[in-house]
Design a protein around this ligand. Structure first.
Ligand SMILES: [Fe+2]
Length: 270
């Protein structure tokens, strides 16, 4: 029987990689200390596959054809697509058998994601992947969730998709790690890009730390919108929460890092 050997969530602001040193030193150190803790725990878990739940940023999907969610089933992936991210383009192995099993379990649970065998990875996947698995040698499954153009999946639906992902993991013979990556408050490219919403971010993280799942799922679109459209990406955290529904979330760090234009957090679901 397969097992979920690691679960967590973290932000993926491109500034984390592209202009690392622009962040205030104390904030940067606290954020990266938490990332290091997550990286160590992930390494000790010795996963066969890492499922990355992350949005796409118009690298593969645009308004001509935007799925609510897409389970990617590639044999391998190349990323990052952005040459300014400061990371060499790397080919990362895929895990198409687990990806197809995730699709099957989702459909069996009345959730119908799209699928794609051919995608490229942008910073949404690559920032967390490079920090958590520096050698980029663990096969991945990327589950894309649209956080760019409404309508978006409800938080309840994200959680349910996560539960289906977990069924596939449990039915496998693999040691599987899961990371949800996105958010927290930010509004990239918008006039209000420099206005973060630490009150929202801390509220969201405190609900996680209290394991208050109904309250997380009841967060309104209006409140999330008010934290900036980048906060829509908390969906990735919620989907990962569905995967790790029997684990307890624990925030390792939160910093509102203006140089990266993002409320940046790291959490483990233990
Ligand atoms: Fe993003």
């Amino acid at each position: 029987m397969g097992s979920l050997v690691f679960a967590g969530a973290m932000s993926h602001a491109p500034g984390i990689a592209a202009f690392t040193s622009a962040a205030e030193e104390g904030q940067r150190q606290r954020f990266f200390a938490a990332v290091e803790q997550a990286r160590e725990q992930l390494a000790q878990a010795r996963p066969d596959v890492l499922v990355v739940i992350a949005p796409d940023h118009f690298a593969n999907f645009f308004i001509d054809n935007m799925p609510a969610a897409c389970v990617t089933t590639a044999e391998s992936y190349v990323g990052p697509i952005e040459d300014w991210l400061g990371m060499p383009k790397t080919r990362i192995p895929g895990a198409p058998a687990l990806a197809r099993s995730i699709l099957a379990r989702a459909f069996a649970n009345d959730i119908e994601p799209a699928f794609s065998e051919s995608v490229e990875l942008d910073h949404g996947v690559m920032v967390a992947l490079k920090l958590l698995t520096p050698d980029l040698d663990i096969p991945i499954v990327w589950i894309m969730q649209n956080c760019q153009v409404p309508p978006l999946m409800s938080l309840k639906r994200c959680y349910a998709l996560g539960r289906a992902v977990r069924e596939a993991i449990d039915a496998s013979t693999l040691r599987v790690a899961v990371v949800g990556t996105g958010g927290l408050s930010h509004a990239p490219g918008a006039a209000e890009a420099d206005q973060l919403d630490p009150a929202f971010d801390r509220h969201f993280l405190s609900l996680l730390d209290q394991n208050a799942i109904p309250e997380v799922l009841a967060l309104t679109n209006e409140r999330i919108d008010a934290a900036g459209f980048g906060a829509w990406e908390i969906r990735q955290w919620v989907t990962a929460l569905g995967v790790a529904h029997d684990r307890k979330p624990r925030t390792l760090a939160y910093e509102d890092i203006h140089a990266w234009d993002t409320g940046c957090a790291v959490a483990l679901y233990e």
